[in-house]
Design a protein around this ligand. Structure first.
Ligand SMILES: Nc1nc2c(ncn2[C@@H]2O[C@H](COP(=O)(O)OP(=O)(O)OP(=O)(O)O)[C@@H](O)[C@H]2O)c(=O)[nH]1
Ligand SMILES: [Zn+2]
Length: 193
């Protein structure tokens, strides 16, 4: 990605101050470039603010009469919790039932990344992915399930290393037809792999 030099310089200044506050010496060799590296890393991990997720889907929207479920599962996901700004990570499973339009398959993970690379809570991330696909493709239904581990619960706080959180969001047929939702849940279920 391309970095905004002015923004990186400003962020780096702040991170240098943070290093000092933590009792570190930002002039020692190993840390000399750290403020700039961290500035670039946080910019990368929050680049979703600069992207338009609807446009991502529209950029590869094709007219197609396929009316069955399209499932993209096990999309790895890395986000930052908005409360502690530490990572939460896991998998997203996304499905939609086309209604005249399909989208390029790679665009689904791109939309997941676009929303994940912001400060998030897992619930909002789940709903934003759903709403974006519904709006861009007007499908007969959208389903999103996210399974994630939160490092703010693993490395600090309650310190639960093995807890995982599952969230889901549905529209259309996935909401109204139990059978459709079950088909999706079966397709993403780990037992099938
Ligand atoms: N619902 C939801 N909560 C989250 C998410 N990520 C982090 N949290 C929670 O946000 C809450 C913030 O609570 P606070 O009590 O203000 O913060 P805290 O004192 O650091 O809380 P602890 O983590 O319990 O130590 C915590 O319970 C976190 O577990 C998320 O994606 N969704
Ligand atoms: Zn957190």
């Amino acid at each position: 990605m391309e970095y905004d030099e002015e923004k990186i310089a400003q962020l780096a200044q702040h991170y240098k101050a943070i290093l000092e506050l933590l009792g570190e010496d930002p002039r020692r060799e190993g840390l000399l470039k750290t403020p700039e590296r961290v500035a670039k890393a946080i910019s990368f991990m929050t680049q979703g603010y600069e992207q338009d997720p609807i446009q991502i889907l529209l950029s590869a929207r094709f007219r197609e009469e396929y009316k069955q479920m399209v499932v993209v599962k096990d999309i790895e996901l890395y986000s930052l919790c908005e409360h502690h700004m530490v990572p939460f990570y896991g998998k997203a499973h996304v499905a939609y039932i086309p209604n005249g339009f399909i989208t390029g398959l790679s665009k689904i993970p791109r939309v997941v990344d676009c929303f994940a690379r912001r400060l998030q809570v897992q619930e909002r991330l789940t709903v934003q992915i759903r709403d974006c696909i519904q709006q861009a493709l007007n499908p007969l239904g959208v389903a999103v399930v996210i399974e994630a581990s939160h490092m703010c619960m693993q490395m600090r706080g309650v310190e639960k290393q093995n807890s995982a959180t599952t969230t889901s969001a549905f529209t259309g047929a996935f909401l109204t037809q139990l059978q459709t939702r079950e088909e999706f849940m079966n397709l993403i279920s780990h037992k099938l792999r």
